[in-house]
Ligand binder design. Structure first.
Ligand SMILES: [Mn+2]
Length: 317
């Protein structure tokens, strides 16, 4: 099955005169790594230079990614431009593509490569594997199965996608990502240099997160850690405030973490984490969703009222 799909993928790339590659809005390491790795693989193996696009913001932590400067803000594309082929990577649901969705929908043919659950895939061809730890893992499987040429940039991008999407291999469910990583290390990647390259955040964003953590509340006997990010701090956050979740999750006795972000006067973003108990059902009840232990939602209300609502929802958990 995989081989058959890879053959179609290769045929479609070969036939296309113009190719656009995209991932989810506000790319993380896997989305950006997958887009840039795929772009480079196509350039190396098919002699076409695809257009790599993103919507939203790319966090500073990803600034040292190889080929980072080649990805373009989707708003800069000529709106009249259409592509023969769109490769849609690591996106989960069409809503997550932001403005890139339009570019994908207008393309003559769409191929998606993803590891997210997706009820309504937009690809004419779907190379999806929900058991893969990262989309870059699927790209590695494709390039090695197909026998494509690859270079150090591709290897570094695959490694970075795996490292970031698995939380440095903490969230793996099988050994495959480690085996791929071992192959990449044998091939010459430098793990420490890649990991240190991610330490690239402005002081103001680390300090804003530290302030939020310092103000956190601990409820239900310390089982729920709740932190609020006010709009002045939210502006300084780089990405989604993962460090806040990470720091609160280190505290003894904390079972659930809720981070509320004042996005607008009447709009509060909520990120939920469970250490050993699921939180998805709470996010779903709020109209959001996500993974079992990591989910989120957006509440159309003021942050103080959203806070009261969240506290109530965790009662009895
Ligand atoms: Mn991913």
């Amino acid at each position: 099955m995989m081989n058959e799909k890879i053959n179609i993928l290769a045929d479609k790339i070969r036939d296309a005169k113009s190719i656009v590659i995209m991932g989810h809005k506000n790319p993380d390491g896997d989305a950006l790594g997958a887009v840039l790795a795929m772009g480079r693989l196509i350039e190396l193996n098919f002699g076409v230079l695809p257009v790599c696009v993103y919507d939203g913001n790319i966090p500073d932590t990803l600034d040292n990614f190889p080929l980072r400067q080649t990805v373009r803000y989707v708003g800069r594309l000529d709106p009249a431009k259409t592509f023969d082929l769109a490769l849609v990577l690591d996106y989960g649901t069409v809503r997550n593509l932001g403005a890139s969705a339009d570019v994908a929908q207008k393309a003559a043919y769409r191929i998606e490569i993803d590891h997210h659950e997706n009820d309504a895939p937009i690809g004419d061809l779907c190379i999806n594997d929900v058991h893969a730890a990262a989309t870059t893992q699927i790209i590695y499987e494709i390039m090695t199965t197909a026998g494509w040429k690859y270079d150090a940039d591709v290897c570094n991008l695959v490694a970075l996608g795996l490292m970031t999407d698995t939380g440095m291999f903490k969230y793996i469910s099988d050994s495959r990502p480690l085996r791929i990583m071992a192959d990449l290390v044998d091939g010459g990647i430098h793990v420490r240099r890649l990991a240190d390259g991610l330490n690239n955040r402005p002081a103001k964003s680390v300090q804003a997160e530290a302030t939020v953590v310092a103000r956190a509340e601990f409820l239900y006997g310390g089982r729920l850690a709740l932190a609020t990010v006010m709009s002045r701090e939210y502006k300084n956050l780089d990405g989604r405030g993962d460090m806040i979740l990470g720091m609160l999750g280190q505290i003894k006795g904390v079972e659930y973490i809720a981070v509320l972000k004042q996005q607008r006067e009447n709009q509060t973003g909520v990120s939920l984490r469970g250490r050993t108990r699921p939180v998805r059902q709470i996010a779903t009840a709020l109209g959001g969703g996500g993974h079992e232990y990591a989910a989120g939602a957006v509440i159309a209300d003021r942050i103080d009222r959203a806070r009261a609502q969240i506290i109530e929802m965790f009662e009895g958990e």
